[in-house]
Write a protein that binds this ligand. Structure first.
Ligand code: SIN
Length: 286
């Protein structure tokens, strides 16, 4: 896709595209915004590489192309952003100032998840801007949930049709979770979404579950629920549906949270990884 100095280059077969030709030194034009919306709908994850020194305001302006900036996604007690940081910002960061980490989800691997899937209105999309990243590791992997749904074997498709699943905050930290009853009891925020949702822009169906936060399938005994969920997770996370983003400084990335899952690979905790994140307000998933 190309238009008036802008063009899009797919980053793989499954999802992801680089958008070239944007000028972030001034507010985006309506032509650029239309182009970005189209690229986002088509490719689910869009990246602008080397997006100059992008201010928080410029990142907010970019995000507003796709919807309203979301409220504080994380409970206040889970926030570490320094005083004076924009109200809706979250730093995904292990950076320390005065010995204190100034961001959230600082170190380590993260399992595949959908942001805020434990709420009634999960984020529509999420944007990350790389301020400082390690030379290796700390990649963000994305999975295409349209392809996951469309390629479901018949028995799985029948098993999920018309069913809901409970999504829970905090029952596994953000690392590799244990799906135990105690973890469920400690959870504070939870919401049931249909397992199969329809994306309002594309009209395509999406397999809306994720390993980190989806805890159980409504109406099934625990063993059956676990079996079904683990088959769904293994199916949706397969390599053929993925794009892995290897961060470079100044990368600006936005994913559609309604039709993708994402995860993070491990990295050396002695290296700084500092990204600025804004979420875009979502809606009830149907
Ligand atoms: C996130 O899940 O929002 C963070 C992903 C990452 O750190 O790569």
């Amino acid at each position: 896709m190309a238009s008036g100095g802008l063009h899009v280059t797919p980053l793989g077969d499954a999802l992801g595209a680089e958008v070239c030709g944007l000028d972030f030194s001034k507010p985006l034009t309506s032509h650029e915004r239309d182009f970005l919306r189209r690229a986002w709908t088509d490719h689910l994850v869009i990246v602008a590489r080397g997006a100059q020194e992008l201010s928080a305001d410029a990142q907010i302006d970019f995000c507003k192309t796709f919807g309203e900036i979301g409220g504080r996604a994380r409970p206040v007690e889970a926030r570490h952003e320094p005083a004076g940081a924009p109200a809706d910002v979250m730093y995904v960061s292990n950076k320390r100032v005065g010995g204190r980490i100034i961001g959230s989800i600082p170190d380590g691997e993260m399992e595949f998840h959908i942001d805020q899937s434990y709420t009634e209105r999960p984020a529509r999309g999420t944007s990350l801007y790389a301020i400082e990243v390690p030379d290796e590791g700390g990649d963000t992997m994305f999975g295409n949930l349209y392809l996951a749904y469309e390629s479901l074997p018949d028995d799985l498709r029948r098993a999920v049709e018309g069913r809901g699943a409970l999504n829970v905050y905090g029952h596994g930290g953000y690392g590799i979770q244990s799906r135990s009853a105690n973890d469920m009891g400690a959870a504070t925020r939870k919401h049931v979404h249909p397992i199969v949702c329809t994306h309002p822009d594309s009209g395509r169906k999406t397999l809306f579950v994720n390993r980190l936060m989806t805890a159980s399938v409504e109406g099934l005994p625990p063993d059956e629920s676990d079996d079904l969920l683990f088959r769904l997770f293994d199916h949706q996370e397969q390599e053929a549906f993925r794009y892995t983003h290897k961060w470079r400084q100044s990368d600006l990335l936005l994913w559609d949270n309604r039709c993708t899952v994402h995860a993070r690979t491990d990295f050396d905790p002695s290296k700084t990884r500092h990204l600025r994140r804004f979420s875009i307000q979502g809606h009830v998933m149907n």
